[in-house]
Design a protein around this ligand. Structure first.
Ligand code: ADP
Ligand code: MG
Length: 353
């Protein structure tokens, strides 16, 4: 039962779900949906190490290489490598989400999605950062769990469900039953790795030097994990490695599929490994319900078809795949009594200030 006080707070309080992704950071607010969706970049003053800009504006500064400003991508490899900076970014986001409300509301309740395998120290840092930023309550949830909720999977039920979340830095594969992760894998191969594959490929096969942003565009436009109904070509601009001069090269979707095949195969093998370790009853459930794919990397053309063919279970891209984690994290607060057991430490109140 909700106490009258809880009920009152529930009516007006700001409930926030945050996805600290390696590529993008998203903030979902109950009743409003996604209010912040920005690249995970922070621009710091080199002297004071205070954030000057967060998100798209910081990413813009990055390409300009300013002298007194340090650009940090604190979540680059899927772990909170620069957790002090992460804490500052989190604080900035929570305050920004809070400021966007019209009426004075009580301090927000926040659920933050964190990668699996994050250390206790890192969890504590994220938790403390949320509290320092003015959260009334802060909770942490493992990303695959949030992704599964955001994708609408029935993870509290006995029957098994499965999610593949492909981000920029990490891919997480997890099987759920009865509200818990039965089996999961987290690997450091995801969208960024494919961009690097394309940079390498263009250099070795076409003698052309391109940057990662160009490689990412090539991947999004013509990259694939499965033969396309109609194969395509694209003109890529870069610098000729022999002459040092600007040059253009025409590449085909078949070539790019080959270029990223190593990374794609690692993802497929990981999915197979997880299924190999899954109890047969749960595999039978998956054959009915399918495999949900979340995260931006999951939008790679033909990836769902490729998984379906390789493991003989229907895989599909979840609706609004890039926002699953943030929406899933926010949803916990809507049904807190039922879903709170999905949260992970550190426990509220155990912080020593
Ligand atoms: P994270 O959770 O790590 O922040 P996201 O879920 O935001 O990551 O996904 C970012 C990755 O998704 C990037 O590598 C980006 O290039 C990739 N991505 C986004 N859209 C597409 C697309 N249409 N096709 C292929 N990859 C995509
Ligand atoms: Mg993610």
């Amino acid at each position: 039962m909700l106490s009258p006080l809880d009920y009152f707070f529930g009516l007006f309080s700001l409930d926030i779900g945050i996805d600290l992704g390696t590529a993008y950071t998203l903030v979902a607010v109950r009743g409003k949906g996604i209010v912040i969706n920005e690249p995970s970049f922070v621009a710091l003053d080199k002297r004071t190490r205070e954030p000057i800009e967060v998100g798209a504006r910081a990413k813009e500064m990055w390409s300009k290489n300013p002298k007194d400003i340090l650009i940090v991508r604190p979540l680059r490899d899927g772990v909170i490598s620069e957790y002090e900076v992460t804490a500052k970014m989190l604080g900035y986001l929570i305050r920004k989400a809070h400021e966007q409300t019209w009426v004075p509301v009580p301090k927000p309740r926040v659920v933050v999605g964190i990668p699996t395998g994050v250390t206790e120290v890192e969890k504590r840092a994220v938790y403390d950062a949320a509290i320092d930023a003015g959260a009334r309550e802060a909770h942490l949830i493992e990303e695959p769990v949030a992704a599964a909720i955001g994708a609408g999977l029935p993870i509290l039920e006995t029957r098994g469900s499965m999610v593949i979340d492909i981000g920029g830095g990490t891919t997480e594969v997890a099987i759920f039953s009865l509200g818990g992760i039965v089996i999961s894998r987290s690997i450091r191969v995801a969208g960024d790795e494919m961009d690097e594959d394309i940079v390498q490929y263009m250099r070795l096969k076409h003698n052309l030097l391109i940057g990662e942003p160009t490689a990412e565009r090539v991947k999004m436009d013509i990259g694939s994990a499965y033969p396309l109904p109609q194969e395509r070509t694209m003109t890529v601009k870069g610098r000729n490695l022999t002459t040092g001069l600007p040059d253009t090269v025409e590449v085909s979707s078949i070539e790019i599929r080959e270029a990223i095949s190593g990374s794609v195969n690692i993802l497929i093998d990981t999915v197979k490994d997880v299924l190999d370790d899954t109890p047969p009853e749960l595999v039978a459930d998956l054959m009915e319900s399918g495999i949900a794919i979340a995260g931006g990397g999951g939008l790679l053309k033909g990836f769902a078809e490729r998984v379906t063919e390789e493991v003989n279970i229907r895989a599909y891209v979840a609706e609004d795949a890039m926002t699953c984690v943030a929406r899933g994290a926010g949803r916990i607060l809507e049904d807190y009594n039922n879903l709170r057991r999905l949260l992970v430490g550190p426990e509220r109140g155990s912080t020593q200030h």
